[in-house]
Design a protein around this ligand. Structure first.
Ligand code: NAI
Ligand code: MG
Length: 364
């Protein structure tokens, strides 16, 4: 559903997050200008190590009420492991957003872009084009469990997988609807009901129950055990359209899928609360890359593509399509003085690549 106005909280974070964010914002502004969208950007300095050193915490006390005033969070990256331990930065910011805003869908496109060599042999743009939908709040990543008889011969640990009907149904339904909206209309479900004999059969059972609902009648649905599914993703990625998995399986697939399409610098991801009760978060997959921070050569495409996903999520279809086309056309040209070094560029920088995409969006 297209909204009239989108209020966006901009959080650059740390490292190259601060370098790629300005290009992401300028490309979104270009799309807004071209397609007459009303996008409102408000930048925040929290969720960064700079903020942490100033205030002793990653976030202000009232972060939740502040961010609730926005439709979306446009997020760079967080973490400076040499200055602050990663568990402090990550758990103190990004993971709080994901949990407390019930962003129960993690969404990643796996699309082979022109000019990006795939690590898989003989794959060309168009061959790999699917989405991974991951359950993002429960499943295998639960806090139910414990340890007993520590440091004795009887030492025992256990951790339970939690699947709720609400949790399973809502991620499956999101994936079904996404598949329904695409030309191939094909959903693949990751399971392991042969080995994990209670929760995974339940996952399969719920999928079956939901597909009986009218609008999915002639959707093409299959399921694979996770082990062979990972093999197929490498051997024959052409067969996938939308792939849905539990928290653990989805985690693995959402790294494997984009890895089959080349460089980490271009992959985006969405952490989505589909009902919009809370803001959804869009970010590049990469982190703060301290090793290249300050050189101005970080690839801005992941950040820009995350902005593209944000527009698509909120129903700005034409603008989203134009942004995707702009990324593709600029990458396809393959100009060394435009592309960043990770894409085989020579003198290209974060700014030259971002500005080329911005110009393309504007139709210049
Ligand atoms: P990283 O993604 O920051 O870097 C991995 C490698 O990829 C580095 O060699 C880096 O130079 C390169 N790279 C990453 N993004 C690039 C880009 N846009 N253009 C060109 N090259 C790029 O992962 P790493 O090194 O494991 O983590 C660094 C910090 O980032 C840590 O503190 C980590 O916790 C944090 N991190 C944060 C994430 C987030 O905010 N969502 C995600 C992943 C890591
Ligand atoms: Mg992961």
């Amino acid at each position: 559903i297209a909204q009239k106005k989108l209020r966006i909280a901009v959080i650059p974070g740390d490292g190259i997050g601060k370098e790629v964010m300005p290009l992401g914002v300028s490309c979104l502004k270009a799309a807004a200008l071209k397609f007459d969208l009303s996008l409102e950007f408000t930048e925040f300095d929290f969720a960064s190590c700079d903020y942490y050193f100033k205030h002793g915490d990653m976030l202000p006390k009232d972060w939740k009420s502040i961010l609730l005033g926005y439709d979306a969070i446009y997020f760079g990256a967080v973490g400076m492991p040499d200055l602050v331990p990663d568990h402090v930065t990550l758990w103190g910011s990004l993971l709080k957003f994901r949990r407390e805003f019930d962003q129960y869908i993690s969404l990643r496109p796996c699309r082979l872009m022109p000019g990006v060599p795939s690590p898989l042999r003989n794959k060309k743009p168009g061959d790999i084009d699917f989405w991974v939908v991951r359950e993002n709040t429960e499943g295998e990543y639960s806090s139910i469990g414990g340890k007993m008889f520590e440091n004795t011969d009887r030492e025992v640990v256990c951790q339970e997988t939690i699947m709720t009907r609400i949790g399973v149904d809502r991620v499956l339904r999101y994936a079904l609807n996404l598949a329904n909206s695409r030309p191939k209309r094909h959903l693949t479900s990751a399971t392991k009901s042969n080995g994990i004999s209670i929760t995974m059969p339940y996952w399969d059972e719920r999928l079956k129950a939901l597909t009986k609902e009218g609008n999915y009648a002639d959707l093409n649905i299959d399921k694979f055990h996770i082990d062979i599914l990972t093999a197929w993703m490498v051997l024959k990625p052409e067969q996938f359209d939308v792939v849905v998995g539990s928290n653990l399986f989805g985690d693995i697939l959402s790294d494997l899928g984009p890895a089959c399409t080349g460089t980490i610098g271009i992959a985006p991801s969405g952490n989505i609360n589909p009902e919009g009760r809370f803001p959804s978060l869009f970010e590049p997959v990469h982190g703060s890359a301290p090793d290249i921070y300050g050189k101005g050569i970080a690839n801005p495409v992941g950040m820009i593509w995350a902005g593209q996903m944000m527009l698509e999520h909120f129903g700005f279809k034409d603008a989203a399509l134009a942004m995707l086309k702009a990324i593709e056309e600029v990458l396809a040209k393959g100009e060394p003085h435009i592309l960043t070094p990770d894409m085989g560029g020579s003198t290209g920088t974060t700014k030259t690549l971002g500005a080329a995409i911005e110009r393309n969006i504007l139709g210049k």
